[in-house]
Write a protein that binds this ligand. Structure first.
Ligand code: ZN
Length: 132
């Protein structure tokens, strides 16, 4: 297993980490198998979506903000960041990607994004390799 540290700059931010993961994959010398990417945090997540047009990441954050308001009278979590926890659960904490010929079988427009929902912070991303 390998770990990447990602320094986020905003309170909410989608950060494309595809290149960093591909670098780890290349160093691993695994040519065929499955790559597991896992975020060990309760207010950050991971997702795969369009990396070509940065406005998609912006729109995803905007939609999540509308779906999950920062303040609601019924929230009970005393830390005050319930919305960050809910968003992290909505996007999930792991993704799996098929690896073939030493490369990830991502679609043309796909990238892997760390989803920061309560930054700025330093986040860990664990990457585990399962070769066939
Ligand atoms: Zn909390």
């Amino acid at each position: 297993m390998e770990t990447i540290n990602v320094h986020t700059r905003e309170h909410a931010q989608l950060i494309d980490i595809t290149r960093e993961i591909q670098e780890l994959l290349s160093k691993s010398n695994m040519t065929t198998g499955i790559l597991n990417v896992f975020v060990p945090h309760t207010t950050a997540g991971i997702t795969i979506n369009e990396s070509a047009d940065p406005s998609v990441a912006y729109d995803i954050l905007a939609v999540l903000d509308r779906l999950v308001p920062w303040r609601e009278p019924y929230y009970q979590h005393r830390e005050g960041n319930t919305a960050s926890h809910v968003k992290a659960s909505l996007v999930g904490s792991s993704v799996r990607v098929i690896v073939e010929d030493g490369g990830m079988k991502l679609g043309t427009w796909q990238g892997i994004f760390l989803c920061e929902f309560d930054g700025p912070r330093t986040r860990k991303v664990h990457v585990a390799f399962q070769s066939n």
